[in-house]
Design a protein around this ligand. Structure first.
Ligand code: HEM
Length: 350
């Protein structure tokens, strides 16, 4: 979003770590004061690191905008299509009904980084791991991408609407591996659910992970079977109309209601484009910890989880991306610059 990936990524990790931590003092009340002091100190440290970085970025964008308005050609190569630039435009727009301050821009930027980066990366990682462990699904995905996109250009966002199987893979990944496995809501008025009285103000935790694997709602729930989401499928299709927008309570990886995730479109569209590009360009060879290529039944990756705000796989995905026959990823990347960073970044992290 802003082009200063490394620095932001490190700080985002710290934000996510502190968010995702289990604190005994949340459950043992007398310990609360102790924790609050320690927690506040760490929060402040993160703020002191994050704030100057965001401040610098916003100032840089403001400067480019100022120069551009004056017709300065030096900044013609600089990109202005970014989230913070749009927000700056809103902030400077006299006609806007609601005024946005610089602090609010900073807050929104941090929100987007912390809420939008790790979750999407973790979900993509789970999707690739499932594809590696389910070669038949991967083969079908390759066939779909090849027939829709071909080999002369790189898959892009406009292809996603024509890639139903890739979209089904994404839903199936979210069903089994929701990056945020527990969604929480505060009860605003006393109500009764299944004969349980939920008092006003109670914090209600909804286990999205468990519901996604509940045999009451899903056939063969532990199987990775994207076909269950396909309209035309003859081997399933029972969940074909289920989408990710918070209206189907058996699949809520983005939450539901007024505070559901506003990034659902960005995340699913981005993930589908990234997955399609990787599938189009590379065969993934799984390697062990010594770098030895694993073959046939051994070429599987572990699906163990580790804790975090967005729940990642326990082990890093160790793969060698090998260009597929008749595909020249570098040529495709040079044709489609937009996807270059995304694909290249991901490939580098193998
Ligand atoms: C795979 C990717 C993602 C997943 C699984 C995910 C999941 C979630 C969930 C479960 C919530 C809580 C919803 C609720 O309480 O009902 C949430 C909130 C939020 N998400 Fe996402 N998210 C993802 C990507 C993104 C992206 C890309 C952005 C923005 C760039 C984003 C921004 C936010 C924000 C700002 C909130 C807080 C909304 C509020 O409290 O009103 N998320 N997300």
């Amino acid at each position: 979003m802003l082009g200063e990936a490394e620095e932001i990524r490190d700080i985002s990790h710290e934000v996510l770590k502190i968010f995702g931590e289990y604190n005994l003092s949340d459950f043992i009340w007398p310990l609360r004061k102790l924790r609050v002091r320690e927690y506040e100190k760490r929060t402040e440290d993160i703020f002191n690191k994050f704030d100057p970085v965001i401040e610098k970025l916003i100032n840089k964008r403001q400067e480019i905008r100022r120069k551009r308005k004056k017709g300065n050609a030096d900044v013609d190569g600089e990109t202005l299509v970014s989230l913070d630039t749009l927000l700056l435009e809103f902030a400077e727009d006299e006609t806007m009904e609601i005024k946005i301050s610089k602090d609010q821009i900073k807050g929104l930027t941090v929100d987007f980084f912390s809420a939008g980066t790790d979750s999407t990366a973790v979900a993509t990682d789970w999707a690739l791991a499932e594809l590696i462990n389910n070669p038949k699904v991967l083969q079908k995905a390759k066939e779909e991408v090849d027939s829709v996109v071909g080999k002369e250009r790189l898959a892009d966002e406009s292809d996603v609407q024509n890639l139903p199987y890739i979209r089904a893979i994404i839903k199936e990944t979210f069903r089994l591996h929701p990056p945020l496995p527990v969604v929480k809501k505060k009860c605003v008025a006393e109500c009764v659910v299944d004969n349980y009285v939920i008092p006003e103000g109670a914090l209600v935790l909804f286990n999205v992970w468990a519901v996604g694997r509940d045999p009451k709602y899903w056939d063969t729930p532990s199987e990775f079977r994207p076909e269950r989401f396909l309209l035309e499928s003859s081997v399933g299709g029972e969940q074909q109309a289920v989408d990710l927008r918070g209206q189907h309570f058996q699949l809520l990886p983005f939450g539901s209601g007024r505070r559901m995730c506003p990034g659902v479109n960005l995340a699913t569209q981005g993930m589908a484009t990234l997955l399609a590009s990787i599938i189009q360009c590379f065969d993934l060879q799984v390697v062990d910890s010594h770098g030895q290529i694993l073959k046939d039944d051994d070429a599987k990756v572990s699906m163990e989880e580790r804790p975090g705000l967005a729940v990642p796989r326990l082990h890093n995905l160790m793969c060698i991306p090998v260009a597929r026959p008749n595909i020249d990823p570098l040529k495709l990347l040079s044709i489609k610059r937009d996807c270059t960073c995304m694909l290249f970044h991901y490939s580098c992290s193998f």
